[in-house]
Design a protein around this ligand. Sequence first.
Ligand code: SF4
Length: 326
Amino acid sequence: MTQPSTLAPARTADTRLPLKVLIAAPRGFCAGVDRAIEIVERALTRYGAPVYVRHEIVHNAFVVDTLREKGAVFVDELDEVPDGVPVVFSAHGVPKAVPANAEDRGLDYLDATCPLVSKVHRQAERQVEAGRHILFIGHRGHPEVIGTFGQVPDGCMTLVETVEDVASLSFDDDAPLAFLTQTTLSVDDTNAIVEALRARFPQIVGPKAEDICYATSNRQAAVKAIAAKVDLMLVIGATNSSNSVRLAEVAERMGTDARLIQRGADIDPAWLDGVGTIGLTAGASAPEVLVREVIDRLNALREVEEDVVTTAEEHITFKLPRQLAD
Ligand code: SF4
């Protein structure tokens, strides 16, 4: 997504005019990310530093560094957590073996798994209890996928990443099957995979709507609403943030150049050559302060005219774990 798309129109804007910035709404933090960060902050207040966090709490370096400065210690695995200190599990969810291991060691743990990911975990258990094999649509190696596979015994779930994967599945045509999905996928790609699964295995059961979360689909719809009107789309988000990468892909598929950036300083002034209008959005793990930072950086390069384009309102909040509720 850092290369100019071949579908992109030639940039011919008069760069002496102000740069128009269409800011997508909704963008940035979702309810699951808000909750996960609040869990770490409240744990620091309640228990004092250090509070250990298994895996990046959310995929954003700014968020992780800010929490680290407050006393959070980020580790990859539970065996890096010393005895006697609290540990938080990230918003992406963890295999069942992780809390079980924490309990065995007598660790105080707080689960920041997004409730929408936990919902998929419970669906996975139910499908396996009903005797079905699960075809899980997701991206290999993503922590959410690892966590969801870890909810059911080995061999009960198969990963499907593409429409092509569906043709190579070796199940009997009438096998008892169910599908589930990662929460942060491309809505369009996932619909195509689900269609291919239903065509190949008409008996397959799945959720009424795929499990792509409200925040992922709202942010993709907001990008779709502005991508055709801009010369360049900037997406604030990390390269390991699934929902952020999908936002850049959505713009590119509409023929618009897209750049995934982490900070305002990542903007190369040459990107603005011939550009009259820029689209700006942020993945679900990117804070609003970075949106302002990017606008300030653009303003430093050229006078900016901001326009917020709202395609949905979000009012969702999730409860904190019992141990941390007021
Ligand atoms: Fe939850 Fe969706 Fe946010 Fe992930 S992107 S934390 S699933 S609301």
